[in-house]
Design a protein around this ligand. Structure first.
Ligand SMILES: [Zn+2]
Length: 473
């Protein structure tokens, strides 16, 4: 009788991605030697999956359990699934929208807001389905989504329906905007809501969908959009609601230089001071971008347990600045990785974003500052910390959720790469999953998505995108 559901053999297993520590380096160990000696990585290892969790792992010298299904990884790299902690999935309905592609962040936003006012349950369902499928193909197994445009009710319900059908692990972020153009904000009035509506819907979503239990497939976080589009009172009330229901808090913070001037004019404080005064400097908060904090502010937020998400492609394509991930990590602040909205970065591939984080880190601080393992650490344990979920996501130690990616062994991309599978994976490429599991269920098999509904969804998505972009008129 098989003991476990699935056994992956002959794998280069990364159980936990970390660079060599200072003491390991003092012993003369390079990253791969340190990782193998410490048991963070196993060459020619096996990993057993049972009931959606990592049952056990071992070396080729140890006997694995009997399994109903055995997958020979043939020496391929096996990592924890990558985790995306900042996205606006609905934006794939206006991907690479020609009238907006060369604008600044604010020009881009004001061009697109009127388009997004046409979102409805059907288009949001379709965009979430497409986003989850696209994320899976980039090695992602869990994503959050910051959904802050609500021209119609029940849009997050449609998102949760889509991710539930796929079997994709999802943290819905109930976003909100209260300040339209009439009140000095950026968005048109069709996409903002009043505070009572937002708070009541936030509570309804938590009570209906938030699953605090270990191994949950769906959780809910609360996420006012940014200080440009919400009032101070909804920031405070949201933090109180999150405390009451013990859910996470998310927002954009210190993304743009103009935010400093705006915050001083409107709130009489710097953005981080405002954030702190609203009751957000707690370990339940993670913030997107966080580029322009001062050294003292970085230290205060790190000490308070706030974590940050870097979105490399989005920062570069919008030609803004980017977080100093290594400096924040050195302060003890976890930094995760996000692809950001599909209309800004236009692609949602976490492997690509992880590589972007590696390139940006080295570009900022030199070649010794950041390794592939550091970048993978951000996309796994760092992102899991963003979601308050690093107990069971972001690593493959026994007991972890079985969110596992077996990466392709692409012969051309990896030709000549023989000394470090983790560095090869991120420096070469592009890398794609060969097999991918979420909660032990296989969603990618031999590089193909196992989603029977995808073709139909893509046809309907094309029609919905054309309608939102005004191309049918
Ligand atoms: Zn964003």
């Amino acid at each position: 009788m098989p003991v476990v559901d699935t056994l992956i053999t002959h794998a280069y297993l990364v159980l936990e991605s970390r660079s060599a520590t200072a003491s390991e380096r003092a012993e003369g160990l390079i990253d791969i030697e340190a990782a193998q000696q410490a048991g963070r990585e196993i060459e020619d290892g096996w990993l057993a999956i049972q009931h959606g969790r990592v049952h056990s792992v071992g070396t080729s010298a140890q006997t694995p359990p009997e399994a109903a299904r055995v997958i020979d990884a043939g020496g391929r790299l096996v990592t924890p699934g990558l985790i995306n902690t900042h996205h606006h999935m609905y934006q794939n309905l206006t991907r690479a929208y020609a009238p907006a592609v060369n604008g600044t962040l604010f020009q881009w936003l004001t061009t697109l807001y009127p388009r997004w006012a046409a979102l409805d349950e059907e288009s949001v369902y379709l965009s979430t389905y497409v986003a989850a499928a696209e994320l899976l193909l980039g090695g992602c197994t869990t994503s959050s989504d910051h959904m802050y445009v609500h021209p119609k009710p029940r849009l997050i319900d449609a998102q949760i329906a889509a991710t539930g059908e796929i079997g994709f692990r999802f943290m819905a972020n109930r976003g909100s905007m209260t300040r339209s153009v009439e009140d000095g904000g950026l968005p048109p009035k069709e996409v903002v809501q009043d505070e009572e509506t937002i708070l009541a819907d936030s509570q309804r979503l938590i009570e209906t969908y938030h699953d605090p239990a270990p191994g949950a497939m769906t959780r809910v976080a609360l996420a006012p959009c940014s200080m440009f589009s919400v009032t101070e009172s909804i920031m405070r009330a949201t933090a109180e609601l999150a405390e009451r229901f013990d859910v996470r808090l998310h927002t954009h913070l210190a993304e743009d230089k103009d935010e400093d001037t705006y915050a001083l004019e409107v709130y009489g404080r710097r953005p981080v001071e405002y954030f702190e005064d609203c009751g957000w400097a707690t370990s339940r908060s993670w913030v997107a971008h966080y580029v322009y904090g001062s050294q003292a502010e970085n230290q205060r937020l790190a000490a308070a347990g706030v974590s940050a998400t870097q979105c490399p492609s989005s920062n570069m394509i919008l030609a803004g600045d980017t977080a100093d991930a290594q400096a924040l990590r050195a302060l003890g602040m976890p930094v995760g990785i996000g692809c950001d909205g599909s209309s800004s970065s236009d692609s949602a591939n976490l492997w690509l974003e992880t590589r972007g984080a590696l390139l940006l880190g080295r570009y900022q601080h030199g070649p010794a500052s950041m390794s592939a393992r550091d970048a993978l650490n951000m996309a796994t344990l760092g992102s899991a910390a963003n979601l308050g979920w690093d107990d069971e996501l972001g690593h493959l130690n026994p007991g972890a959720c079985a969110d596992v990616v077996v990466w392709e062994s692409a012969p051309l991309a990896l030709a000549g790469a023989q000394t470090d599978p983790v560095e090869s994976w991120l420096r070469s490429g592009p890398a794609r999953p060969w097999h991918s599991f979420v909660a032990g269920a296989q969603l990618i098999d031999a590089s193909e998505l196992r989603l029977s509904g995808l073709e139909d969804v893509l046809t309907r998505h094309a029609a919905a995108a054309a309608a939102i972009q005004g191309l049918n008129a």
